[in-house]
Write a protein that binds this ligand. Structure first.
Ligand SMILES: Nc1ncnc2c1ncn2[C@@H]1O[C@H](COP(=O)(O)OP(=O)(O)OP(=O)(O)O)[C@@H](O)[C@H]1O
Ligand SMILES: [Mg+2]
Length: 242
């Protein structure tokens, strides 16, 4: 069963058209990787899914049609977007950032006990955050900030988690750890994940399906194994080895 069904999605900025009719679907609880060269429109695709750019086309999440809705409405439907550059509030503490993530939940689910329980759950995934709760987010390492950004997104209890280049600027060891945690979250919470990633090898390691985006169009789709095996094709589209 598909959790997310995107049909003929167009998006852009002002007169600049970036996405030219993207269609894809992601199964419930699956991880979908979006690969492609710089400027292909990967970030714009995630922004279109979370309502941050004007779109044409349809975006269905379960029974809800999200196309054209506001970011706030889309977040309340359970879509959590961890943007490129992480989007944490630097002067706020780790705990304040995490609690902010619960803000868009329906009021009934914002009860303090529920939020406290979710904080504990997130500390389970990211034990390092628990030791940094009173520290300003801006003073965290890059890897810790990415963990905080994902932790904050989880406070929404998302049905769909959008991750934009989680490995950006991180050392290989930290990146591998981060992807291991994303896989654990996906397995334990059955959260559907769309991950945009330059490191195709890592992304394909946790994804079931993958799509290669080039100048705003999907030029290659398949299972992670198919994309990985199709090295020649992937290389010519991606410009680097998988
Ligand atoms: N705010 C904006 N205003 C106008 N054009 C933009 C804006 N953001 C992105 N673009 C343009 O949209 C196109 C796609 O950009 P996008 O950021 O979606 O690509 P990307 O695949 O995420 O690239 P990267 O791998 O470098 O992150 C680019 O040509 C870019 O210049
Ligand atoms: Mg990008």
């Amino acid at each position: 069963m598909s959790a997310l069904v995107v049909t003929d999605l167009h998006a852009g900025y002002g007169d600049a058209r970036v996405l030219h009719g993207v269609s894809l679907s992601v199964g419930e609880g699956e991880v979908c990787a979006i690969l492609g060269p710089n400027g292909a429109g990967k970030t714009t695709l995630l922004r279109a899914l979370s309502g941050m750019v004007r779109t044409r086309g349809t975006v269905r999440l379960g029974d809800a049609d999200l196309a054209g809705r506001s970011p706030d409405t889309i977040a309340r439907q359970g879509v959590a977007h961890v943007p490129e550059g992480r989007g944490t509030f630097m002067p706020l503490t780790v705990e304040e950032n995490l609690r902010l993530g619960a803000y868009v939940r329906p009021a009934s689910r914002r009860a303090r006990a529920e939020v406290d329980a979710d904080l504990e759950r997130i500390h389970g995934y990211f034990p390092v955050l628990k030791t940094r709760l009173r520290q300003a987010a801006g003073s965290l390492s890059g890897g810790e900030q990415q963990m905080l950004a994902i932790g904050r997104a989880l406070m929404l209890r998302p049905r769909l988690l959008l991750l934009d280049e989680p490995s950006l600027g991180l050392a290989p060891l930290v990146t591998r750890e981060l992807f291991r945690i994303v896989r654990t979250i996906n397995e334990q919470e059955r959260t559907t994940v769309v991950v945009v990633e330059q490191n195709a090898h890592l992304a394909l390691g946790i994804a079931q399906q993958a799509h290669v985006l080039e100048t705003g169009r999907i030029v290659l789709s398949g299972t992670a194994e198919q994309i990985r095996a199709d090295e020649q094709v992937a290389q010519s589209y991606l410009g680097y080895r998988v």
